[in-house]
Design a protein around this ligand. Sequence first.
Ligand SMILES: N[C@@H](CCC(=O)N[C@@H](CS)C(=O)NCC(=O)O)C(=O)O
Length: 264
Amino acid sequence: MLTLHHAPNSVCSQKVRVGLALMGLDWDSVVLDLQRGDQFAPDYRQLNTDAVVPTLVDDGLVVTESSLILSHLDRVHHGGRLMPTDVAGQAAAEHWLLRCLAIHAAINTLSFATAMRQAILAAKTRDEIEAQTSRMPDPIMAAKRLDLILNGLASPYVAQAMLHLRRLFKDMQAGLAARSWLGGATPGIVDVALVAYVDRLDRLGLSRLWEGSLAIAPWLERWQAQDAYARGIADWVPGDSAEQMRAAGAAHWTEIEAAWQATA
Ligand SMILES: N[C@@H](CCC(=O)N[C@@H](CS)C(=O)NCC(=O)O)C(=O)O
């Protein structure tokens, strides 16, 4: 039996839910409220020492890290059909999965420097914000989160995010130039691993970041027409949050564009 501990609007949870849907797997859902701090509950920390979602429990086996969860699901429950069959393709796919750590960090930076920041500052006092971030087990991650909430796009983490996004779009463009999916004729594990990150930037109103990489917008549109996209992402987006997120991100476009150009 597969049980996924996840959060509705978390990009790492979204990518695993898309994978579960694409692979046609049944799963039980345990939803965490990250703003309430469910991820810090001692029982959950037994499963995930980093206090983050998602966590998969597969018949008692605990698997963390969203890219590793996708690999596990594909390998153990889907006959490895999302992985390339050739050795070079497998090495490239594994490299993409590893890069997701840096890509996630970049998306997290832009989310918290814009829309999440706005929502948190409206809902919490400075003391409450510090109390919540200090619960994060990794002190560097806690310092990053606090910096993003307090300083927004003036945070030095923004330049790092732009660097990784530039590389992401350049390499996606190269991979998609001659085919519909990074996996080939149908979505592969890399497509699943990346969709929630690109979709989040789109939902933040930042799709102009990839206007020079012409293959990315049609790739995202192809995803948005998939049933797995609806079941993994769209169906879980909280009612009124879509417009709020787009407006919050788009309101910062001028600053984001300046940071983007600075890494050109
Ligand atoms: N590299 C991890 C990142 C997990 C992660 O940071 N998840 C976020 C949501 S996307 C989280 O749980 N954050 C908890 C918090 O903000 O306190 C993965 O891909 O699973």
